[in-house]
Every structure is written in C-alpha cells, then in structure tokens.
Design a binder for this molecule. Structure first.
Ligand code: ZN
Length: 440
C-alpha cells in the first residue's frame, strides 16, 4: 500500500505538468496573439519534456515495480497499475529530446496551418508538415512496432488495436455505405433551408448553450469559447472546457459542434475526481471518448424527439427567425444526406467515408508510400472516388482539419470507432429503456 501511494505521488507531478501544458494549449487555440507563438512553443516544449522526464525517471520506475509487487490492492488500484505500466513502458522508449521537438513542431504547425488554411496555400504548410510526419515516424519507431508504424501511433489512442482491424472496419462500412448513399441520392432531397438563412450569431450561441445545459453539461465545471476548429479539453473533472465556431448562414455548423464537444466534456466531467492526477483520470480510448460526442451530436441531437422538444427553445433564442418552422422541418434539415467536402459538416451517412480517406492517406504519409507533395492531389482524387465531389481549393481539401498540424496521426479512426460505438450504446439504451427514440 505504501508503495502504491508513493507511485501515486510521483505520478501526480506528471499529471500536473501535462494539465498545465493543456492549459497553455487551450490558451494558444483560443486567446493567444500570433506574436506569442515562439515563446509558447518553448514553454510547451519545456513542460512536455519535464513531464516526460518525471514519468520515465528511475524513481518512478522503481515505485511502479514496487506497487505491482503489493498484494493488498483493490480493483481500481490494479486498474491504475495496468494503465500506468502501459503508458510508462511506451514513453520510456521515447527520447526526451524527441518529446520536446514534437511539442515545438506542433506549435509551429498549428500557426502555419491556420495561415495556410486561410490562404488555401498548401505549399506554405508543407515544410512544417514534413517535419511533423518525420517526428511522428521517429516516435513510432522509438515506441516499437512490427513493421507498421501506424500501429504504434494508433496504439496511443486505442491500446491494443491494430491497423489491419481498422482497415477491415472501413471495408465493411464502405460495403454498406456506398450503396446506401446512392439509394438516398435517388430520393427527392430533404430541405436544409431552415438552417441556411442568415441567423444572429448570439442567438445561435444561446441555442447551443440551452441544449447542452439540458444534456447535463455542468457550467460550474466548464466554459465555452470560440476557436477556428471546435475542440474540448480537460484540466481535471472540475474544469472541462469546450469551443465552437459559428457561421451566420449555417445553423448546423455551430450548433452540432457545441453538442459534440459537450459530449466529450461531459465524459470528462464524469471521470472520478479522486483519481484526477493519475492514469485513471484520463480516457484510455479516444474511440470511447468520441462515442460520447457522436452520441449527443447525432443519436440525440438529430433525432425527431429532440426537435419536437427543442424547437420552441431555439425559437426563443432566435426571435423572429424560425417562427413558422415545424419540428419536422428542423428534424429533416438536421438529417440532410449530401456528399460534401468538409468532414465536420458531413452527415452521418457520408461521415465515415471522410474518415476512411484520412486513414488511408495517413498510412501512406507515415509509410512513405505517399510523398507529401502528392497529398493535395491524392486527397482530391480520393474525395472524387469516395463521394463524387472534388475540392476546388486545399482549404476545402487537405488543409481543412487541424489534426496533422499538431502532429496527431492515428487519431482519425477514433471518430469512426466512436460512431460505431455510439450506435451500439443507442441500440442498447433503446432495448433497456424501451424505445428512447420514440419518447416525445
Ligand atoms: Zn470529437
């Protein structure tokens, strides 16, 4: 027991350093002026290096081994040790210098990406992206893999999951989705006109707030801000923040982003407060994390009962704009299926094909089979094959997502895992609670 407590104390320092880095990252994405980039990269690099040094030091390794040798541990303590061992052994293989370099490159990458995306200029982003791919490859090689670098990166997000299994999942989904999209295309299109009218942004913001408050997002332990790319972050169950972006003529962009990020944040708010400074205070699977965001965004937020209940509330938030609208019109507007260019705005049917493309491209970039200069064309061709649409600029193509700019490779499959899991949760809820979809 004493050995376990010793480990918990040591690991708490690591967790505090990582959370402090997360606060700096949140600030960078929400408030930081462009001039802060160089210093912020250094600060994050230092914090990440210190966290890594603490995690991989001899003292912690000894405490971990001693705790594992204890015989009087309960189930949660044993779970703590399982996760601690996995994370420790993985990170112990990564040189501290590489950790620091990756943190710095992520900061540079984000700034370069924001500008490149704005100007639809892939060439200006390519050098920093090349460096990030190189560093991620080095990380994968350091962690170790059986010939497939992607396995190592995937394992950070989904412990134990292999690339081949992901490939198989996408193949199964493609087999079902491609004919379904074709069938839907033959039917008369639903109208999204209700969502596509100029709407007051403050009213859109209020509508999102009202919805997630009803879902159970706890504002005493969270807040919402605006950012280029919506995200959620947590500094412990007591402070789980979200961001959204609003578009005046597209209600769905901000509203569903808010529901999505609140799903993530509510998952974090539900983690055990007592374990917040250790491995049990963090999600082990990003797919499970995504299952919560996709559940609230889609299974709930795009359902008929939701709109029957929620339309009057949106009307209050947007006085004058939606007065003649029916719940059925809102439900239909929320469920238009149309192949489009942007993943975060994609409907449920086409969404996973966006993710499948990113997965294939990431694999190619990491293995070297896809030269970076060919990325924009490979993206555009891939979209044409998968969804029959072709981006006119890289802003709507390979520059649209933030992930690669932060050196995050191997994350994308989590979205689809989340969708698959969310469908399973909803089906289970339906059986256990008696047709939740029909509750008015
Ligand atoms: Zn998400």
């Amino acid at each position: 027991m004493a050995a376990f407590d010793r480990l918990v104390a040591l690991w708490s320092d690591v967790a505090d350093l990582e959370r402090a880095a997360a606060v700096l990252e949140w600030d960078q994405l929400v408030h930081m002026p462009a001039g802060g980039v160089a210093a912020r990269g250094e600060q994050l690099g230092t914090l990440r290096r210190l966290a890594h040094e603490r995690l991989t030091c001899a003292e912690l390794a000894q405490a971990l081994a001693a705790a594992e040798a204890s015989s009087d541990l309960d189930e949660l303590q044993r779970a703590y040790l399982r996760v601690a061992r996995r994370v420790h052994d993985r990170e112990a293989k990564v040189p501290a210098r590489l950790v620091e370099e990756m943190a710095k490159a992520s900061t540079d990458g984000y700034v370069a990406w924001v500008q490149a995306r704005e100007q639809a200029d892939f060439a200006s982003f390519a050098p920093v992206l090349r460096r990030l791919i190189h560093l991620s490859g080095s990380y994968a090689d350091a962690v170790g893999h059986a010939g497939q670098r992607y396995d190592a990166l995937l394992g950070v997000h989904e412990p134990g999951l292999r690339t081949d299994r992901i490939r198989q999942m996408f193949a199964e989904l493609r087999t079902a989705l491609v004919p379904l999209i074709a069938q839907i295309a033959e039917r008369p299109p639903l109208s999204a006109a209700l969502f596509h009218q100029p709407l007051d942004e403050a009213g859109q913001w209020r509508a999102g707030e009202r919805a997630i408050t009803a879902f159970g997002y706890d504002w005493r332990r969270g807040r919402q801000d605006r950012s280029v790319h919506p995200f959620s972050t947590s500094f412990g169950p007591g402070d789980c923040r979200i961001t959204t972006r609003l578009q005046r003529d597209d209600f769905g962009v901000g509203f569903f982003a808010t529901l999505h990020e609140a799903g993530h944040a509510m998952y974090e708010q539900g983690l055990p407060e007592a374990w917040r400074r250790g491995p049990l205070g963090q999600a082990s699977s990003t797919g499970v994390h995504e299952s919560q965001s996709r559940l609230w965004e889609n299974a709930v937020g795009r359902s008929r009962p939701f709109w029957e209940h929620f339309l009057p509330i949106v009307r209050e938030c947007l006085p004058g704009d939606w007065q003649g609208a029916s719940p059925e019109a809102a439900y239909r507007a929320a469920n238009v299926v149309r192949p489009g260019l942007i993943r975060v705005e994609a409907d449920e049917v086409t969404y996973n094909l966006h993710v499948a493309l990113r997965f294939e491209l990431e694999l190619g970039l990491l293995s070297g089979d896809l030269p970076l200069d060919h990325l924009p064309a490979a993206w555009n061709d891939g979209m044409a094959v998968a969804l029959g649409v072709r981006p006119g600029t890289d802003r709507d193509g390979c520059l649209q997502d933030v992930h690669w700019s932060g050196g995050s490779f191997g994350y994308f499959p989590s979205y689809t895992l989340g969708n698959v899991l969310a469908a399973q949760w909803m089906s289970q809820a339906d059986q256990a609670l008696g047709s939740v979809q029909r509750i008015g």
